[in-house]
Design a protein around this ligand. Structure first.
Ligand code: ZN
Ligand code: ZN
Length: 131
């Protein structure tokens, strides 16, 4: 795979992706709604060693319902979340699909909290639904 770039809305935070993701998913949970300002979050999980991010991001830490910590790195100027890391996924880094320039490259294969999906948002038959 050739290098891919990702960046925040204003361009102050830019990074590179060196390899394909291990997993691409959708999430309909309330926390992802609030974080993105949207009703669905799409994200790709990579090995941390395949991600380069050279920028001064700001961190927001949240404790999940299961008690583990997630750290969201966002641009201090425009607020875009450009990366996040889950305590339980030590070697991995998650990048929101929306900040990756080539958004068509990978398709989500899993979705979480489908029971919270708004009824007007169609169910995708090609995705495995997890609760
Ligand atoms: Zn920015
Ligand atoms: Zn979520």
């Amino acid at each position: 795979m050739s290098k891919l770039s990702f960046r925040c809305s204003c361009g102050a935070c830019q990074g590179e992706i060196l390899a394909d993701p291990q997993r691409v998913s959708l999430c309909y949970c309330m926390s992802c709604r609030k974080r993105t300002g949207s009703v669905v979050a799409a994200q790709a999980r990579f090995l941390s060693s395949d991600i380069r991010l050279s920028a001064n991001t700001q961190a927001y830490k949240r404790i999940t319902s299961s008690g583990s910590e997630i750290v969201f790195d966002f641009c201090p100027d425009c607020g875009s979340t450009v990366r996040y890391r889950h305590e339980a996924l030590e070697q991995q880094t998650i990048i929101p699909l929306g900040v990756i320039d080539e958004v068509e490259l990978w398709q989500p294969t899993a979705a979480i909290y489908d029971d919270r999906r708004p009824a007007w948002l169609p169910h995708n038959e090609h995705i495995e639904w997890l609760d």
